[in-house]
Write a new protein. Structure first.
Length: 361
């Protein structure tokens, strides 16, 4: 296992993080996502610990709180020292019928943290994340509440999830000028089938030294190897019932076609190739993997040892490249002669090469 600092901090976390959204089950969507019971969870957590994973992610809404409860109990059952694991959870989602039982208000955050601490059977949360964008609560209110939790020792680091680049940038500025705890991480969707965050979020994260935690690295199972152009709804697959996250399916089939010979060359699953590709990206701090079965988990864990060749990475980069979008395509065109003279005609010719290449994807 490899380890990286959590954003611009001194806390080291494994480059694979185990996500526990499948723990608990329950009704509706949570039953579809997974119904891992306590004994099965204990086995999965033990395998993670034995492999070197020290980072575990959950949320107060997963299986209506059961995920946090099962994770906390697993760590107790396995006698894992609290100092040896990094626990991340989230607050925002609806946890009750009341008007204020949702969001990133001070009230909901303060109520949420106490409930999460009780379920997890711990006195502190290592990484407390705002699970979604709150269009109602002022950013400063959210940040001041989180800063108070850090001062109280109930939370050690804070992060956001599924935020827009402009809003994350604004939050970082408010934290700097108001001397409040800053977001150390962004948890976001990123995969070979979904690279949208590379347009605005990745440059922001790299510039401000904010760590990236990747959720759904297999695009909800679409890159697992079960799916193909010919088999778009395999049985016993979560994505067949819950088609999420949103992806361009036709583009994904092309990615899977390009992945097949690479997976064959390494004698492994497309899932492992997908994870290994993400681990080559410097902006990625940790990739959140989830598994309902031990064999799935072991296959995912093996991605750490898989080293893709430069030409394999290049092929995957090219087949999954984002289509040109303004102002992204304008920036390299204008900066092409920044360090050395390049004529307008030469710039136009290079731009046309990029355009033509993108048009074929």
């Amino acid at each position: 296992m490899q380890y990286k600092p959590l954003g611009n901090t001194g806390l080291l976390v494994s480059t694979l993080c185990f996500g526990t959204m499948t723990f608990g089950g329950g009704d509706g969507i949570w039953k579809t996502i997974g119904d891992t019971a306590q004994s099965e969870a204990d086995q999965l957590i033990k395998t993670c610990i034995d492999s070197g994973i020290n980072f575990f992610d959950t949320a107060d809404v997963y299986s209506e709180g059961q995920s946090e409860t099962i994770l906390g109990q697993s760590l107790k059952n396995l006698k894992i020292a609290r100092k040896d694991v990094v626990i991340a959870t989230k607050v925002f989602g609806r946890t009750g019928p009341g008007r204020n039982d949702v969001g990133a208000s001070r009230g909901h955050i303060m109520d949420g943290v106490e409930t999460s601490l009780r379920r997890l059977q711990t006195d502190h949360i290592d990484l407390y994340q705002i699970h979604a964008d709150d269009s109602v609560t002022p950013i400063e209110e959210t940040l001041r509440a989180l800063d108070d939790l850090v001062s109280q020792g109930k939370v050690r680091y804070i992060g956001s999830s599924n935020w827009q680049a402009w809003k994350l940038a604004k939050a970082l500025c408010i934290s700097q000028f108001k001397d409040l705890a800053r977001f150390d991480t962004l948890q976001a969707y990123y995969s070979l089938a979904g690279r949208d965050l590379e347009r605005e979020l990745v440059p922001l994260l790299e510039s401000e030294k904010v760590g990236l935690l990747v959720w759904s690295p297999l695009a909800g199972g679409l890159l697992s190897g079960k799916f193909s152009r010919e088999n778009q709804k395999p049985e016993a697959s979560r994505r067949s019932e819950f088609d999420f996250p949103i992806v361009d399916k036709e583009r994904t089939w092309k990615i899977l076609d390009a992945m097949k010979p690479i997976a064959k060359a390494h004698n492994c699953s497309p899932a492992r190739i997908s994870l290994a590709w993400l681990l080559t990206k410097p902006v990625v701090t940790s990739v959140i993997i989830g598994a309902k079965r031990l064999d799935q988990l072991q296959d995912n864990l093996a991605a750490v040892a898989l080293k893709l060749a430069a030409d394999e990475i290049k092929k995957l980069d090219e087949v999954s490249a984002l289509p040109p979008e303004y102002p992204g395509w304008m920036l390299p065109f204008q900066n092409m002669s920044r360090l050395e003279p390049v004529s307008l005609a030469e710039r136009a010719a290079r731009h046309e090469e990029v355009r033509a290449s993108s048009a074929t994807k």
